[in-house]
Structures are given as C-alpha cells and as structure tokens.
Write a protein that binds this ligand. Structure first.
Ligand code: F6R
Length: 254
C-alpha cells in the first residue's frame, strides 16, 4: 500500500480528484468505481469544478457505484442514486446509461447482485475504484465479518452503520437496514484502488486497515493483498499509524 499523509483534508481531497482526472486523461473510456458518503462529496465537487474548467470529460466514462440501499425508491433523496446525481452526475457530461448503481428495488436482489458483477465484467473491469472507510473498517457495505471472498450481494447493515445513517433521514423515518454492495472480492478485482480517509474518527479503522492483521473483522484490511492501493489521508486519520515516518519518506508527490 502506498500511504500518503496529506497536510490537510483539503489536500487529500484535491489529490484524490487529481488521481481521477489523471485516470480519465490516460483512458477516456475508463470504468470508475464510485463511493458515496461525506468523505467523497468534496472530491466530486472538485471533479465538477475540473469539468467546468474544461480539464476533464466524463463523456466516455462508465461508472459503477459500490452500493445502494435495498427498498428505498430510486427517487428518494437519500438513495445513493439521488446522492450521486446531486454530487456528480447532474453536473458533468457522463452518459446516464453508463452511470450504474445496483437496483435496490429489484424484485430478486440476489439476481440483481449477480447481474451487477456481470455488468462490471462486461465493461472490462474497474480501472480505478474509489473507497471510503467505515469507522468499523467496512468498505462498500462489507461490514465486519464479511467474507473477504464475497461478490456483490445483499448485506444487512451493522448497527453502527444504521446509527450513522440516521442523521440523513427525517425524524420518524427509519433508515434502511439492507444494501446491495459490491463484495470484497469484487472490489479487489479493480486495477487501481484509492482509499480516502479523513478525520480523527477514521484513525483506528485506518490503522487496522494498513497495519493490522488481514481479517474479516476489518474488511478493508483485505486491501493489503492488492498490489496497487493508494491510501490518501489527513494527519488526523493518520494519527494512529505506527510507521508514519516511513510513509512520509516514500511520498514523492503525484
Ligand atoms: C459508501 C460506502 C461506505 C462509505 C463509508 C465512509 O458508498 O460504500 O463504505 O464510503 O461508510 O462513509 P463517510 O465517507 O460518510 O464517512
């Protein structure tokens, strides 16, 4: 893993956006794996700005989001499709037909999950997978104890994840308890992976991811087996890392 400790969250965000722009510059028809959530919202804002400045076009890009809630109408403001439209899709030139999320309302969620894995393969696999990090070490919605060999499937959300999501739903409306998420093995097939973690709340999970044993108890630790992972973090998220000086020494810029 290439662990890059940035001076600030803003630096980590700008660097993540630059890696996405560089990926598309090298391969205009790249397939991107996308994450929702607070960590990536400013990355998408930077990509929208780069698009408006004429620095990047998504016209030939395909995208595959990591996950979607089960049972939430696609048009619900908290569905991940709605979130992606607000953050990115509605503001860039991506072809909506190539902007994929699992269908959380599919009559047969298991068949939908299998179809999603096939769609990723049919697109030639993912060139750059963006990952946020759960405070419990999840990637996508692969909660602790998820099989490290898992494929896209339905997954019950862990109680801390449901609690963290509650703030996005109006009082009286229960947040979803299930998702369709890319599996750990699906994620591991991406050619490049960019994990972005900012803020002190991610420090323990980041340490377990980078320096802990590989264990299903921290699904992100499976990334230790991937040959091309960049971890971008700020000082707060890096604060639990033991080899901080080494990571600083290997950072030679973009
Ligand atoms: C979102 C996803 C999750 C988040 C993670 C971090 O599509 O798959 O794994 O990336 O929960 O969320 P934030 O960025 O909100 O802290």
């Amino acid at each position: 893993m290439k662990v890059l400790i940035c001076a600030s969250a803003a630096d980590a965000i700008a660097r993540a956006a630059r890696q996405v722009v560089a990926t598309i510059a090298a391969k205009p028809g790249a397939a991107l794996g996308l994450a929702t959530g607070a960590t990536f919202a400013p990355v998408y804002a930077a990509l929208v700005a780069a698009h408006r400045a004429g620095e990047v076009s998504f016209a030939r890009v395909a995208s595959f989001n990591l996950d979607e809630y089960v049972g939430l109408p696609a048009a619900h403001p908290q569905s991940y499709r709605s979130e992606m439209r607000r953050m990115l899709f509605d503001h860039v030139d991506i072809d909506p037909a190539r902007a994929h999320l699992p269908d959380g309302n599919a009559a047969d969620p298991d068949a939908e999950a299998a179809r999603y894995d096939r769609a990723i393969a049919a697109a030639g696999g993912i060139d750059l997978q963006l990952l946020g990090l759960g405070v419990n070490g999840h990637i996508g919605f692969n909660e602790p104890s998820s099989s490290l060999g898992s494929r896209t499937r339905t997954k019950d959300l862990a109680p801390p994840t449901i609690a963290a999501n509650r703030r996005f739903f109006p009082a009286g409306e229960e947040p979803p308890r299930q998702s369709i998420t890319m599996g750990v093995a699906t994620i591991m097939e991406a050619r490049d992976i960019l994990l972005l973690a900012t803020g002190a709340a991610k420090a323990a999970a980041l340490r377990a991811t980078v320096e802990g044993p590989v264990t299903a108890f921290c699904p992100a630790s499976a990334l230790q087996f991937h040959p091309r992972v960049t971890v971008l973090c700020d000082e707060a998220a890096a604060s639990g890392l033991a080899l901080m000086d080494y990571y600083r020494g290997i950072d030679h810029g973009d």
